[in-house]
Design a protein around this ligand. Structure first.
Ligand SMILES: Nc1ncnc2c1ncn2[C@@H]1O[C@H](COP(=O)(O)OP(=O)(O)O)[C@@H](O)[C@H]1O
Ligand SMILES: [Mg+2]
Length: 394
């Protein structure tokens, strides 16, 4: 019996909290952040900075600011400047400014009492501590929305303005606010708004190719050589792209697919592992979605399932599916429908999100349609359809 060998070399590289050294396709943004804060490396006491980072889920907002935080802290410390990067997820503190500031203060004074102070007092105490220790802080308020929702303008005003009125004292506290979009900022009063809005870095959704680059980097960090074929990475990127260019989903799928590969001792992460991972993430496709299909639509889909079950490929051509469908028709003793009919079934199935299609850019005979299964394992789909078809026969 072959010895069990995991596809993973180091699973921790796929952890949501892991911050890689390289962030493909975010160099420009990382450099911009560095520029915004470059004064800290020379004249930290002279000013503070405020930056907002916006972007949809999984566009790399959190990881970008953490990478930046680690880089600038290392650089500052090299130059003898005492700088701390503090990353707080506001939602974890229910958007409560007092709790957020208490957390920051307790980084410096671990047993700082929870009672007896207002948020404003905590902020003053924090600045006092920083004065005493001659330290500067870049405070990142991740999921900033929850702070604005709970505390409104006033809290944000306090954070941005209080230190400005400290006469003749060094500037200590810079802010990075992370939020999905600027809608919530509209709620703030004009002066708070304007102090925040000066520097905005907006992260665009990743393209499929960009997601592939990000995933390939993680593959080489987390997996043993040659365990993750290119088709597998491509399918994951496809799924993550169709869910809004979401790198988080991509990395989660990669990890789960690896888990399925290990569970079956495959030694290789196949596209079917990805489909299993996807169907475990999304709620399993509702059975009513399939029951609603007519017999030939079911047979066509069964052809799709059989094809992928018997293949290591992530994509099939329509011709390949047609052949699989013809075999299925023979098995069920029915006459196959025409190509034109099948094309219509394909349109309908893809419109309902049951299968997906894409146009391949580089075919030897020009552009052709490729079909793939996004979020159900071929095995599960076959089982479900066979059951429905048998029921229908009886
Ligand atoms: N450019 C990138 N390079 C490497 N990993 C990335 C990149 N962008 C995002 N990721 C990874 O994708 C996941 C989601 O990123 P995250 O920063 O949490 O997104 P957001 O905060 O915008 O929702 C994390 O695991 C992160 O490490
Ligand atoms: Mg985030």
């Amino acid at each position: 019996m072959p010895q069990y060998r995991s596809v993973f070399k180091d699973e921790t590289k796929l952890d949501i909290n892991y911050v890689p050294y390289r962030l493909p396709h975010r160099d420009k943004e990382l450099r911009l952040l560095m520029e915004f804060f470059s004064f800290i490396l020379q004249f930290p006491e002279k000013m503070t900075q405020r930056v907002m980072i916006t972007g949809d889920v999984g566009t790399g907002k959190t990881v970008l600011s953490q990478r930046f935080g680690a880089d600038i802290t290392r650089e500052a410390n090299k130059r003898g400047i005492s700088l701390r990067y503090v990353h707080v997820n506001c939602r974890e503190y229910r958007g409560n400014l007092f709790l957020i500031l208490h957390h920051v203060v307790s980084i410096f004074h671990p047993n700082f009492p929870r009672r007896g102070y207002s948020a404003e007092e905590l902020l003053r105490i924090l600045l006092q501590i920083l004065d005493e220790e001659n330290t500067y802080v870049i405070l990142t308020l991740d999921e900033f929305e929850s702070l604005v929702e709970r505390e409104g303008s006033e809290a944000v005003y306090k954070l941005t303005r209080l230190q400005e009125i400290r006469a003749n004292k060094p500037q200590r506290l810079s802010l990075i606010c992370i939020l999905r979009n600027l809608k919530i900022i509209e709620r703030l009063d004009p002066s708070t708004k304007s102090t925040l809005q000066s520097n905005i870095i907006s992260l665009e959704k990743y393209s499929k190719q960009q997601l592939m680059d990000i995933l390939n980097d993680r593959v080489s960090l987390a997996f043993n050589p040659l365990t993750v074929p290119e088709d597998t990475v491509s399918l994951i990127a496809e799924l993550a792209f169709s869910e809004g260019g979401n790198a988080r989903l991509g990395i989660e799928l990669l990890w789960r697919a690896g888990k399925y590969a290990d569970a079956e001792d495959l030694g290789i992460v196949t596209p079917e592992c990805v489909r299993k991972a996807a169907s475990s993430i999304y709620a399993v496709m509702r059975k009513s979605d399939l029951a609603f299909l007519n017999v030939h639509e079911k047979l066509f889909l069964l052809g799709v399932a059989r094809f992928f079950k018997g293949s290591q490929k992530a994509y099939a051509s329509l011709a390949e599916i047609e052949r699989a469908y013809a075999v299925v028709c023979e098995e069920f003793d029915v006459h196959p429908h025409s190509h034109t009919q099948l094309w219509k079934y394909l349109q309908m199935l893809s419109a309902r999100g049951i299968v997906q299609k894409k146009v391949s850019a580089t075919g030897s005979r020009g552009r052709s349609t490729l079909i793939y299964l996004p979020r159900i394992s071929a095995y599960e789909l076959e089982k479900e359809l066979s059951m429905l078809l048998e029921k229908g026969e009886a």
